[in-house]
Ligand binder design. Structure first.
Ligand SMILES: [Zn+2]
Length: 421
């Protein structure tokens, strides 16, 4: 049983929260800013103090490596991200990264020799708020290349991506530069749930089975603009009437009948937008989510056909296009079992769950078995300066990660289990 130092972890969370600290107790440490660079430097310095090696790849993904007994084996990777939202919380990303580092230090403290190397990672730009999309670091790592079009990206504040990336890499001259992507034995990430279910059920550990799929649609219903006063019912071709009728029946149909489904209309607009004219165009965005890819297809068909039917009734035409499609991901069953066992070994109750949000683990899962350990956050609040994790829950997540790390980095059998997967 490996002992972690809970006080050291909580202290580290405070220290890192001071980098980019906001007035309201949150953090503004957006990707590839000076704050992000300071946090990376601090982690690297802590690593050097302990004699670990520090590496970075061309995406500025930062790795801290503790050697294993057999250096020919692919390392176990554990970690998360250090960047934040502009008005972000202290735990989103930092908890997973610092928990992973605490595990590495605890292994060192206890002089535990692992069969394979254990590496901590801080992925670049998980949040995607300063440069879109999110998870650029893990996405490029999994793809083994940086998409050329990224070089031309500009930040929301106008800064060029290529320049900010280069500056970030240069700010850690002592780190060994390695190529993008390498074989990984398995990947584990501790993260706050960013939702209310663990807290509501008073369960400290969530074993994450996967990340639900997301699909975005752009809907345009076209009718005919006409005078609001002179145009009787029979003469109207009102696209907003068609769209509102369709959405209202979709609200009634989708989520009430399927607890795993998510259906959200985030943006609605009409043209020409005049108080006394029937609109000629009604637009909306649709965000549908589901863990089952088949159901995601069905939901898209249901949305499309319902809007088409109502548009027909109003003698309107409809055009629907997909603007985003992220298939669901399913995490390794072996890793889930292992996390569950690790939680039980430590005396924590756990539950299997899905993640509603994206994470770097989704991308790493494309090249190595991955899973996540969720801990509760107060009121399910995240991407908010008031984000809060009970110290006991932060320590619990780290203990489970430590336990799973020892199982994974030591057990030679795991490899064969994965191959049979
Ligand atoms: Zn995060």
């Amino acid at each position: 049983m490996i002992e972690i130092d809970g006080n050291r972890l909580i202290g580290r969370l405070d220290t890192f929260a001071a980098i980019g600290a906001t007035q309201k107790g949150g953090v503004n440490r957006q990707a590839l800013t000076e704050g992000d660079r300071r946090a990376r430097r601090l982690l690297a310095e802590l690593a050097w103090t302990r004699g670990f090696s520090v590496l970075q790849d061309p995406m500025a993904n930062l790795f801290i490596r503790r050697a294993g007994h057999d250096e020919s084996l692919p390392p176990l990777l554990i970690g998360s991200h250090l960047d934040s939202q502009p008005a972000g919380g202290r735990f989103d990303g930092a908890l997973g990264t610092l928990s992973a580092f605490e595990v590495l230090e605890s292994l060192e403290d206890a002089r535990i020799e692992t069969e394979r190397a254990v590496m901590v990672v801080a992925w670049t730009n998980e949040e995607g708020c300063r440069f879109a999309p999110g998870c650029m670091g893990s996405m490029a790592f999994a793809a083994g290349e940086i998409p050329p079009e990224w070089q031309k990206k500009l930040a929301t504040d106008g800064a060029p991506f290529a320049g900010e990336l280069a500056k970030t890499i240069e700010s850690l001259p002592g780190a060994t530069v390695i190529p993008l992507g390498f074989p990984v034995h398995a990947y584990l990430e501790v993260h706050i749930e960013q939702g209310p279910s663990l807290e509501a059920n008073d369960i400290p550990i969530g074993v994450v089975g996967g990340i639900q799929g997301t699909r975005w649609l752009d809907v345009i219903v076209t009718g005919q603009t006409a005078h609001a006063g002179t145009t009787g019912q029979a003469y109207r071709r009102d696209p907003l009437r068609a769209l509102t009728a369709a959405l209202s029946s979709l609200y009634e149909a989708i989520m009430p009948s399927d607890p795993d489904a998510r259906f959200t209309i985030g943006r609605v607009s009409v043209e020409p937008g005049s108080v006394n004219a029937i609109p000629d165009e009604a637009r909306c965005t649709v965000d549908i989510r589901h863990p089952d890819p088949g159901r995601l297809d069905e939901l898209e068909k249901q949305v499309t056909s319902t809007i088409a039917k109502e548009s027909d009734l109003q003698r309107c035409t409809v055009a629907i296009s997909r603007s985003f499609d992220m298939p669901p991901c399913t995490f390794s069953t072996d890793l889930q079992n292992m996390i569950e066992r690790a939680a039980a070994d430590r005396g924590f109750r756990s539950t299997r769950m899905l993640s509603g949000a994206f994470h770097d683990a989704l991308f790493v899962n494309r090249v190595a078995p991955a899973s996540m350990i969720f801990v509760p956050c107060r009121d399910g609040l995240s991407h908010n300066e008031a984000e809060f994790v009970e110290p006991g829950h932060a320590v619990a997540g780290c203990e489970v990660l430590a336990q799973a790390t020892v199982l994974l980095a030591k057990e030679a059998d795991v490899e064969r289990v994965h191959q049979a997967d």
